[in-house]
Design a protein around this ligand. Sequence first.
Ligand SMILES: *[C@@H]1O[C@H](CO)[C@@H](O)[C@H](O)[C@H]1NC(C)=O
Ligand SMILES: *[C@@H]1O[C@H](CO)[C@@H](O)[C@H](O)[C@H]1NC(C)=O
Length: 277
Amino acid sequence: MLSLLKISLLLVGVAVAQDATYANRIYHDFRSRNRCGLASEPANITTEDESISASVQPGYLTSDTFVNDFGIQTWGTEVSKDSPIRKLNSNGNVYIQRDADSSSAYLVLRAYRTDAFISSAEIESKLHNIFHASIRIRARVRGDPGTCAGIFTYHDDENESDIEILTRDPTDHVRYTNQPGLDEDGNEIPGASVEAVMGGGAVWTAWNDYRLDWTPGLSSWYLNGELAHTKTYGVPTEPSTFILNMWGDGGVWTGDMEIGAAAYLDIEWVEVLYNTA
Ligand SMILES: *[C@@H]1O[C@H](CO)[C@@H](O)[C@H](O)[C@H]1NC(C)=O
Ligand SMILES: *[C@@H]1O[C@H](CO)[C@@H](O)[C@H](O)[C@H]1NC(C)=O
């Protein structure tokens, strides 16, 4: 009786995700890339010179297989009213590391707070015309508060669909957002962003399967195979890029990051099933 009730409540609360078919696939499994993986973390980027001169880790990240699909970003953002700390992406914050306890490996995106800026990491798909997709990723986040691990589709600030883990949040909370999240006066738009409890005992400091399905008129987020949230608000209507990043800017969203602090988005594998516009 009790379980029947639970099931019907769930069905009322969560719209059923749409079935979709996809013609294309991007897939990178970093677990088997242990031969080019570092045994331990490379030195933190502490100056602008180190940030700019850092080269891409040779091996898988310089292979055609990876380079054909993703570009490692090296641009930055200046200080603004909403972003009190400079952010500077570096090649040095994107690397494959060997797992200490197994023969496995994973891709790391790192953010580190220097005294002058946040040294961040971002990879973007070479494709800019992804139009509807199922994004699946096995990931873990660890480190200090003040950063955002982002897994998202992007066209512009009004066509963006996100999975975000904020390292200032409790370790069992994840954010599911369709932009725009704020109105013209900077106030939060109700329904744009949800702070969801991960459920099932899951915490983002451990490995989890995250998934975002972008279908016409509906966004659906899954965690470890279970439908977790749906939105009809702000479902992107423009062809988009796929982005993974680890960043902070001292603003309201990411919060403050202490000088000398670091945080990491670890990725075992990423799969993007997609159609194009
Ligand atoms: C980078 O900074 C973090 C945070 O202070 C620290 O835990 C980590 O050991 C540093 N990495 C290296 C390679 O020293
Ligand atoms: C996406 O971009 C189009 C064209 O600029 C705009 O009309 C629309 O409001 C944007 N956002 C969504 C969620 O469609």
